[in-house]
Design a protein around this ligand. Structure first.
Ligand code: PLP
Length: 386
């Protein structure tokens, strides 16, 4: 077997060589502070502006609607907290899906505990899909924000955001609609105007970019209250000296992801189909969600009679890296709230792993991985029975 096979790209990706080289220039040469009036500053400012333009092109927005943040988590926080503060005269009710990332769910829980918001979670069907009607039905007079992710990070379920936004805005045009598109960027084509959202979150490190950089699309006429105050960068919405190397790397990663997206999707779909064929042949295996309608890079599978975290460790010992679910909850061994919301029986949810493909994953790697998973599942079952 190759030295290792990494199939945990939904957790993070290796920085692309071209991205690293572009960042090196910004670290060693164009190192100015974009706010400085001299040439080093102006050069750094130019890089930030170019980065913003690249992101805007990828999202179908204007450059001045893209705000850089330290990642997806901060962008999600800004969308929620910034909306609640901006709209506090209307109310403090938020509607979210029950399958959101912790950056959304934990933020809502934290704010609710402090009396700063109330929220309603909408459950998915057994494929992980959220009903737009159910979301619109959860609106109250005091609802200020709806947040439903575009592609789920655990099972890959893709949500019907355009339809959902249409229904929500039809009922109450003043409600802001946010979508977390961290797992969708570079994995499926979308444009903010077609989705109709007011706010959209992206992150660099899931697409071959660096960690610690992300962004929030915020439509021109949408007003948020800044959550980080200081020097007034990012049009006063997010203060702090810009992460110029991060922005340069993010922009290069987005360019590569967009240029290669059609080819990547075609390759992921083939690899996904192969993986499904192998996994479905394992006795008492259950594929979660509807993979062919899902994001092309994620497969989530459960095995009866096996514990997911034990399987993940056993595979890692052989050099195959997958996860039990979201990276942040797997370390804490927290049961998957996504599988629970999809009403996957607990024993099956506990025996689940997430396999996520990257831009350079090969057919051979998938074949070796599937074979190893089958062997380890059989071995662990035998061991647990004896
Ligand atoms: C759907 C989703 N949202 C938000 C995040 C958080 O992004 P970041 O790691 O850039 O803070 C992640 C990353 O795990 C994610 O998968």
């Amino acid at each position: 077997m190759a030295r290792f096979i990494y199939l945990d790209h939904a957790a993070t990706t290796r920085v692309h060589g071209e991205v690293a080289r572009a960042m090196q220039g910004a670290l060693l040469e164009t190192f100015g502070n974009p706010s400085s009036p001299h040439s080093f500053g102006l050069e750094a400012e130019r890089l930030v502006r170019q980065g913003r333009e690249v992101l805007a092109r990828a999202l179908g927005s204007h450059a001045d609607e893209v705000y850089f943040t330290s990642g997806g988590t901060e962008a999600d926080n800004l969308a929620i907290r910034g909306t609640l503060e901006a709209k506090n005269r209307k109310g403090r009710h938020v509607v979210a899906s029950a399958v959101e990332h912790a950056a959304i769910l934990e933020t809502l829980r934290h704010l609710e505990e402090r009396g700063l918001c109330e929220y309603t979670l909408v459950s998915p069907d057994d494929t992980g899909r959220i009903s737009p009607k159910a979301v619109a039905g959860a609106l109250r007079d005091d609802t200020v924000l709806v947040t439903v992710m575009l592609a789920n990070n655990e099972v890959g379920a893709v949500q019907p955001i355009a339809e959902l936004v249409g229904l929500v805005k039809g009922k109450d045009p003043t409600v802001y609609c946010h979508t977390d598109a961290v797992q969708a960027l570079g994995k499926m084509s979308f444009r903010v105007d077609e989705l109709g959202v007011d706010l959209l979150t992206i992150s660099g490190h899931k697409i071959g970019g660096p960690k610690g950089i992300g962004g929030l699309y915020c439509r021109q006429d949408v007003r948020l209250i800044s959550q980080i105050t200081g020097g007034g960068q990012e049009d006063d919405l997010r203060s702090g000296t810009e992460n110029v190397p991060g922005i340069v790397g993010f922009a290069r990663a987005v360019t590569l992801a967009m240029d290669n997206m059609a080819e990547n999707i075609e390759s992921w779909r083939k690899l996904q189909a192969l993986l499904l064929e192998y996994l479905e042949a394992i006795p008492d295996a259950q594929i979660h969600g509807d993979p062919l309608a899902n994001a092309p890079h994620i497969v989530n599978v459960g095995f009866g009679g096996v514990r997911g975290e034990v399987l993940v460790h056993a595979l890692a010992q052989e050099g195959l890296y997958v996860s039990t679910g979201a990276a942040c909850s797997s370390r804490k061994h927290i049961a998957s709230h996504v599988l629970k919301a999809m009403e996957v029986p607990k024993a099956m949810a506990d025996g689940s792993i997430r396999i996520s493909l990257g831009a350079d994953t090969t057919m051979e790697e998938v074949e070796i991985a599937a074979d190893l998973i089958r062997k380890k599942v059989v071995e662990l079952r035998r061991f647990q029975r004896s």
